[in-house]
Design a protein around this ligand. Structure first.
Ligand code: SF4
Length: 486
């Protein structure tokens, strides 16, 4: 098919489209869960992974896996493990500037365990693994707050490595010579010294499924990041959204996960609900912060016309959505509260503790290639974009026929460029102008000089440090601002 497959590891998304019951605000592709549908679908996903393996000529090297849905937490631990084993999760080459063998000391308890991505010794994990240091100019960041200005080098760092299960126990000595601790550095330096010793593996989780049995099953998998659909910590809002969990149950469920060593937890919060005011939102934000997550994603409630809630609003059975001005104020409050609580606002809707930015989603925002498996999942293997059918029958038919990337569209250079701008400006760090020019063989400004000048004058865009980014006041109206540049 004339497709150049990426040489290095890539982000992989796996879609699981079944839900126990539909939420009235949701327009994602989803189907009611049943055991038989679940099993049929799992087989198809495994088959699709096998087809990709054949296409690549080896197990697909994954820099991240993301189980999204739907409700992928309906998958059993052993099923998640089988899917993970379809991918090469231990990259040891390509683009690697420094490569280390490291010892991972696990100190907690006596239960020495071993996990292997290629083996089947479930419930076990490595005591030794290899890591890679992503190194760039920030590693010599002169502003490092620990006084090591200009000194950071490969041989000078003590790396805190994220492992499949635990992070806090992982102090790794790197090359023996140590003069600084990454963990004590400022966020920029720490992130620049991002280590990819093991891919980030995220599972979206419905809170009601976090039970001791579920967590036990999860521990047999290499999942190391959980994205939990909490949505609100007020029962009134959860009732309106027809969610099955109660706010009071969330701390205990998170404690269950913490007790088992899960220390990369992301929570989803929805704002802009009908009837929601700033006090309600503040209560939600305070409660979310008190739960101590590493990451919070905040989504503005938007309704497709055909959603149950949109119909209820149209029929006068529900209050209306707040107006744009109220939503903008809510967004402003989110930014204020979360930044004050120590989160880095790194993407329009996403906030992370330093070092816990979602690596999988960063691949999307950086326009890096990614593979997507499952019905209705879309992938990007430059220059082709594809979307699997939003129909289970059609998806099964294609997989049986051994077809991948149905109806893939080859993007023109102008389309790729527009996509990159749309995605890149979502990041608060913005777009690196030099990289952009290298990739597109012309400066970012070409053809958009006037718009750029105007948007900078209006203080909607900022330019500096070789980057172009949205200003703070443009974040809430990002689509309109970015649209001016396309
Ligand atoms: S919001 Fe999530 S759980 Fe609810 S119907 Fe949509 S995909 Fe399913």
């Amino acid at each position: 098919m004339g497709q150049n497959l990426p040489a290095g590891p890539l982000a992989v998304y796996l879609h699981f489209p079944f839900c126990l019951k539909p939420c009235p605000y949701c327009s994602f592709f989803k189907r009611p869960w049943s055991r038989s549908a679940h099993e049929r679908y799992l087989q198809a996903l495994l088959q699709e992974a096998e087809l990709w393996e054949k296409r690549f000529g080896r197990r697909v090297p994954a820099s991240s896996l993301y189980f999204g849905g739907g409700t992928p937490s309906l998958l059993k631990g052993e099923e998640i493990l089988r899917l993970c084993e379809c991918f090469d999760l231990k990259q040891r080459d390509r683009g690697t500037e420094a490569f280390y063998s490291m010892r991972n000391e696990r100190t907690r308890g006596n239960d020495k365990q071993r996990w292997s991505s290629s083996g089947h010794d479930k419930g076990m994990y490595d005591s030794e693994f290899a890591g890679r240091l992503d190194f760039n100019q920030h590693a010599r960041n002169p502003d490092c707050s620990d006084g090591h200005a200009g000194k950071h080098d490969y041989s000078e760092v003590l790396l805190e490595v994220q492992s499949p299960f635990r992070r806090r126990d992982k102090r790794i000595t790197c090359l023996g010579a140590l003069s600084s601790k990454v963990a004590d550095c400022d966020p920029v330096t720490r992130n620049a010294l991002r280590i990819t010793s093991f891919p980030e593996i995220t599972l979206e989780v419905n809170p009601i499924q976090i039970t001791p049995d579920f967590v036990k099953g999860l521990r047999t998998t290499p999942v190391n990041r959980l994205s939990i659909g909490v949505q609100s910590m007020r029962d009134e809002a959860l009732g309106y959204l027809d969610r099955a969990h109660k706010a009071a149950s969330i701390p205990e469920r998170i404690r269950l996960l913490r007790d088992q060593g899960y220390d990369n937890i992301s929570l989803d919060l929805i704002y802009g609900l009908p009837g929601m005011d700033l006090d309600d939102l503040k209560r939600d934000l305070d409660a979310f912060v008190a739960l101590g997550p590493e990451h919070i994603s905040c989504y503005l409630l938007t309704l497709d016309e055909d959603s149950e809630l949109a119909r209820a609003i149209a029929e006068g059975k529900s209050p209306s959505l707040p107006d744009d001005e109220s939503c903008a104020l809510q967004y402003e409050l989110i930014c204020q509260v979360l930044k004050k609580a120590g989160f880095i606002h790194y993407e329009i809707s996403n906030f992370a503790r330093p070092g816990f930015e979602g690596r999988h989603n960063l691949s999307y925002w950086h326009s890096s290639p990614y593979l997507a498996l499952g019905t209705a999942a879309s992938g990007w293997l430059p220059p082709k974009r594809y979307c699997n059918p939003a129909s289970l029958d059609e998806y099964y038919r294609l997989i049986e026929a051994g077809e991948l990337m149905p109806g893939a569209e080859t993007l023109s250079p102008a389309q790729s460029e527009a996509d990159e701008i749309m995605m890149g400006l979502r990041l608060l760090e913005g777009i690196d102008l030099k990289n952009f020019e290298t990739r597109h063989l012309h400066p970012f400004e070409r053809g958009r000089e006037r718009e750029l000048e105007r948007l900078i004058e209006l203080e909607l865009l900022e330019r500096g440090d070789g980057r172009i980014r949205l200003s703070e006041r443009a974040l809430f109206i990002s689509n309109a601002v970015i649209g001016e540049l396309l």
